[in-house]
Design a protein around this ligand. Sequence first.
Ligand SMILES: [Zn+2]
Length: 148
Amino acid sequence: MFKDAPLEPDESAILVEPFRQELNDLLQRNATQRVELLIVPDIAEWCAARYGTCDGNPCAMAIRDGESGAWGVLLRGHIGAATVRSCIDRVALFGGHEDVDVYERLSSPRAFLFHLVLHELAHLENNWRQDREDDCDAWAFERLAGPC
Ligand SMILES: [Zn+2]
């Protein structure tokens, strides 16, 4: 169901920086090797300055250093309300976690960000590419124990 009301001003936008420590702890707790959390203003720009391009301009992305094998999770520092909503819609739309009430589960900024970084970690831990989004979401929900 699509609402045709105009988007509210940025009331549910998320500022990532205040969650840095918690997100870092969450990553290290769930990862089998060190993961660097990088909070950047713009992921496409960050990529362009290093590797060339990335696919669109996502709010989060898993990266692997070709030479050292080091892992990283990139997060956009400010995630606008519309992006938050479309992310949650995408998670809800695809399967693999039918026992989860996605909207309820991801309703707080903390829960949203926890799920987001765990999703990116799923790509790294399992070597899953972009065609495994559902599996990444399910993997993240399994590790998102307890209320956030
Ligand atoms: Zn993904």
